[in-house]
Design a protein around this ligand. Structure first.
Ligand code: COA
Length: 382
């Protein structure tokens, strides 16, 4: 039985900052960001947006095409959670009007947990093939002002419907796995922005993804020639190029950047979307390449801390009938560009507080955070 990604949709935030603006204000050559990091812009949420509102928008667009009565589970993967106890998927469940007979949970392991959610969903469907599972990846990457990570901020969600007989990508059995305890990037409970050892995070990423490749290559006797296109977690898109170069050196095979080029267009414009980044890379590859039917994709998932997984999927024959690039274009084009001063003010005004506040209406998205009362987050449809 084939099990995999049946359909997917994306959403991002109301605002965007052009990295040329940041470069100009910080007196940095814009090519450091555009070429050195491979990034053009980053998304930034309005005060009435967060991981839940973006996820609900992506999921609503997705579910308009499907029978929600088949959904039995919601797995919400994030590392920018809005509550230490309640799963973000429960808010989403209410906003979308999903059936009550659903299991809703949240998963965390930095940028990796979307892949954990996907694999758990596949295992669950192997047991109950008639059911479908909604997997959400949704994150806001907010780094400290004037820090090294500042140009690699971002925000976005990918909602995926996982089922038997998928329309888009069959995920093949067998993964390469690697876990190692490393403090390359972490966010303690009392901090709204992460701590990151930038160079260590790059080294840890390369070491863990290569080790995950080795694990799968040994288990499935896989060679790089068996992979038609590689997809990566892209904290900045240059990281995919670095990883491919490391793989070429590691395996002794020539690996051209053509193997990853089509996967980077959305992440260049979104910035780091943490758990969603790998799945934005998948979305871009499916949208930008019309010749993928029957071809195998290799997925490199990485979450600092660190966990990595390498797995593969086969693109289904009629995938072009089930993709909606116009929806992504709308999400990217509708963003409102921030000036540098507006960006600074918005960044400084963010506070992870549960004291009562009301947000001013900014976003045009279908769902918004209206505020907090009695220490409870309040969301509304609009
Ligand atoms: N034109 C073209 N390229 C330029 C340039 C210019 N004018 N100036 C610099 N560059 C290149 C550098 O050569 C470098 O490329 P390389 O890595 O291929 O050598 C790249 O731009 C970045 O320059 P660097 O000096 O290393 O930047 P930095 O010290 O500001 O740090 C990061 C970059 C990525 C380490 C930093 O942005 C960061 O910490 N980001 C967060 C990473 C993260 O989130 N990790 C966790 C998840 S994996």
């Amino acid at each position: 039985m084939k099990i995999g990604i049946h359909d997917l949709e994306v959403a991002t935030s109301h605002y965007v900052l052009d990295l040329d603006t940041l470069a100009e204000q910080h007196d940095i050559d814009p090519n450091k960001f555009r070429i050195g990091l491979g990034q053009d812009k980053f998304s930034m949420p309005a005060p009435d947006e967060d991981i839940v509102t973006m996820a609900a928008e992506a999921a609503q667009t997705l579910l308009e095409r499907h029978d929600v009565s088949k959904i039995r589970q919601v797995y919400f993967a994030t590392e920018s959670s809005v509550d230490q106890s309640k799963a973000a998927g429960v808010y989403l469940h209410e906003l979308l009007g999903l059936p009550a007979n659903v299991r809703s949970i949240e998963l965390k392991q930095a940028c990796y947990s979307g892949t954990a959610a996907l694999q758990l969903a596949i295992n669950a469907i192997a047991r109950n093939p008639e059911e479908q599972i909604l997997v959400i990846t949704s994150d806001v990457a907010r780094y400290a002002l004037d820090s090294g990570g500042e140009p690699t901020q971002g925000a976005g969600s990918v909602a995926m419907l996982i089922s038997a007989d998928p329309n888009l990508v069959e995920i093949e059995p067998g993964s390469g796995l690697h876990t190692t305890d490393v403090n390359d990037f972490w966010r303690p409970n009392d901090s709204t922005t992460p701590f990151v050892d930038g160079q260590l995070s790059l080294d840890a990423y390369l070491a863990a993804t290569t080790a995950a490749w080795d694990d799968l290559a040994a288990r499935r006797e896989l060679s790089v020639d068996d992979i038609h296109r590689f997809l990566h977690h892209q904290p900045f898109t240059k990281m995919a190029r670095k990883q491919l170069a490391a793989m070429a050196e590691h395996t002794g095979c020539e690996l051209s950047d053509d193997l990853i080029e089509e996967s980077m267009s959305y992440n260049r414009a979104l910035g780091n979307t943490y758990t969603a980044s790998l799945y934005f890379a998948l979305t871009a590859q499916l949208h930008n390449n019309a010749e993928l039917a029957g071809k195998r994709l290799g997925f490199f998932s990485y979450g600092s801390g660190a966990v990595a997984e390498f797995f593969t999927g086969v693109v289904q024959d009629n995938y072009r009938d089930h993709i909606y690039p116009q929806n992504v274009a709308k999400q990217l084009d509708n963003r409102v560009e921030l000036t540098y001063d507006e960006y600074r003010e918005l960044h400084e005004s963010f506070a992870a507080t549960s004291e009562t506040f009301t947000t001013s209406k900014t976003t045009n998205a279908p769902f918004r955070l209206s505020g907090v009362t009695e220490r409870q987050r309040r969301y509304e449809a609009q």
